[in-house]
Design a protein around this ligand. Sequence first.
Ligand code: UDP
Length: 360
Amino acid sequence: MKVATIVGARPQFIKASVVSAAFARHGVDERIIHTGQHFDANMSDVFFDELQIPRPHLHLGIGGGTHGQNTGRMIEAIEAALTEMAPDWVLVYGDTDSTLAAAIAASKLHIPLAHVEAGLRSFNKRMPEEINRILTDHCASLLFTPTAAATQTLLTEGMRPEGIVECGDVMLDAALHFGARVAELGQGAARHGLVPGGYVLATVHRQENTDDTARLSAILDGLGQVAQTLPVLLPMHPRTRARIKVAHLFDKLERLCLTEPLGYLDMVGLERDAAVIATDSGGMQKEAFFHKVPCITLRDETEWSELITAGWNTLVPPQNGPMIAAAILAARGRFGEDMAPYGTGDAAEMVVRSLLDATR
Ligand code: UDP
């Protein structure tokens, strides 16, 4: 079986790491195409190195444009690559422009498409990710869902039950595998001069927060207020740094501990040791739960609503700095119910076995 995997952004490298390892165990011929959406060394290379992801067969070098420009250029380049590779499957992850471009290219070439992390919805179509995931799901022949709720969403949208495999969340596989390695290495807060349980780990990168100056300003104000009580570590996404510069918000960073984007092992160590995680990242909301850390999500809605219901995560609409600060401080020591909605950590194995079964 030959599989072309298309990745382009940080969370996709993390998801691909565990699935690529499972492909290798089964002797599958996997060809990775990197679109170039994330291209900085600390947003891309560090993940390939640390997580031992096979080097991409092809690097398309497409990034830096608008959504339309990037997606259009990617469709053209991926179509050419797939025509030459002639894979049995095209495999995509999540909800980025790279995901959508590959879905369109594969479906026009009649190459079966498999979507890992299918069935998620925020029900907010202003998010570019929401459009990407809906369209990708509707192009796919095999839909790998992380939760029962995601499966139900696809059934409600009229998908064929035989095309859905509820495999669990590949990010749980990654959290278990790399979490154990981080624990062995003793990598965590101390590397950053922080005390375990004595700081807030924050990330902000979602377009709806970074590109809206009032929201970005309120988030930085809120984090700055928290920093008067607890250190706040903010690994800064390149988009956030660029927007802070354009909006002249640098003075709001004064109280925060800033770093460049971190490698995954470093990040996992910091997540495990944090008192609270405050984020607009989809992946980090779940990682907070995997590592049993309370989470505040700086958004109006989330795709991972089971974490809200179970009390692990609280949504805070990011327009009001004092409210953000109060929510983060109140979340300390507030743990949710025991539950296991994301499977048992063998999602990658199930993905590969299902693809092999569907190819025979
Ligand atoms: N992450 C990382 N370094 C950082 C920030 C995030 O390794 O400096 C990891 C994080 O642990 C999670 C993933 O990147 O596994 C989340 O990616 P991101 O927030 O960019 O995207 P999203 O999950 O919102 O799609």
